[in-house]
Design a protein. Structure first.
Length: 263
């Protein structure tokens, strides 16, 4: 049995864009040839508008196909795997230690961390909402079984309010999750994750940390150090670390940044 970590670019989106392209293109042609009591100019204007919509959907479908190929675990580039392994490389658990992966999705990062730390165990949490219907706790558990990993467990949870006491985990991690939590203060999400980290524990959180989403992260780091965190750094990852600058721009991942350190 092989693991199925799914693809960050869902097939349904590509199918939807392709269908929309065909419908709009057909509508454009029909508008121009229409026998409705409309002037020639109005018909051509309607056809042009629908035609532009078709071109936009076609461009979106083409980009989505490119992104899906880049993110595929089975393809040549396997960018998702490279990012997951890159983040996991920062997680080190002590003997008997426990780590937390917030927003585990299909379990890829949780399992990667567990494989790297057989002396400890990992817990992956996710809300597995309807917007990510192809991800589930059962999928995570099947993937762990396929990878031969028995030191990973999965449960439902909310990144905004983690159902764990302060200083529960020896390490915390997350990958491309918080920017998807609509309406939430991103620095507050980081604070909530760091709340459950033990003193001396490691953190490695990867996300799109542009100022427009996260605010002043340099000030955030300064406050962490003032509060006694031993180490806190921001590492850009779309600079050749996890992906090239060109890939980051084409995939709209240029803001990819890894927040790492020790409490």
């Amino acid at each position: 049995m092989k693991p199925d970590y799914r693809n960050w670019m869902p097939r349904g989106m590509i199918v939807g864009l392709g269908t929309a392209t065909g419908v709009l293109a057909a509508g454009s042609a029909a508008a121009v040839r229409s026998r409705l009591p409309m002037g020639r100019t109005a018909k051509h204007l309607a056809g042009a508008v629908l035609g532009l919509g078709a071109v936009g959907c076609l461009a979106g479908a083409a980009w989505s196909l490119y992104a899906r190929a880049m993110f595929s675990y089975e393809g040549g580039r396997q960018l998702s795997r490279q990012i997951i392994e890159g983040v996991a490389s920062y997680i080190e658990l002590p003997e008997g230690g426990v780590g937390l992966d917030v927003g585990c999705g299909s379990g890829a990062l949780t399992i990667a961390c567990a494989k790297r730390n057989p002396q400890g165990r990992m817990v992956g949490i996710d809300r597995w909402g309807v917007e990510y219907a192809s991800y589930s706790r059962k999928l995570c558990e099947r993937n762990a079984q396929a990878e031969g990993v028995d030191n990973a467990a999965f449960q439902k949870g909310d990144a905004r309010h983690l159902d764990f006491p302060d200083e529960t985990f020896d390490a915390v991690t997350s990958n491309y999750v918080y920017h998807n939590v609509m309406g939430a203060d991103k620095q507050a999400l980081l604070r909530e994750t760091l709340r459950v980290l033990k003193k001396g524990g490691i953190f490695a959180i990867h996300d799109l940390m542009e100022p427009s989403r996260y605010g002043d992260m340099d000030d955030f780091l300064r406050k962490l150090r003032e509060e006694g965190f031993q180490e806190a750094r921001l590492l850009p990852t779309a600079d050749g670390t996890f992906m090239t600058r060109g890939e980051g721009k084409r995939l709209f991942l240029s803001g990819s940044t890894l927040l790492v350190g020790r409490k």
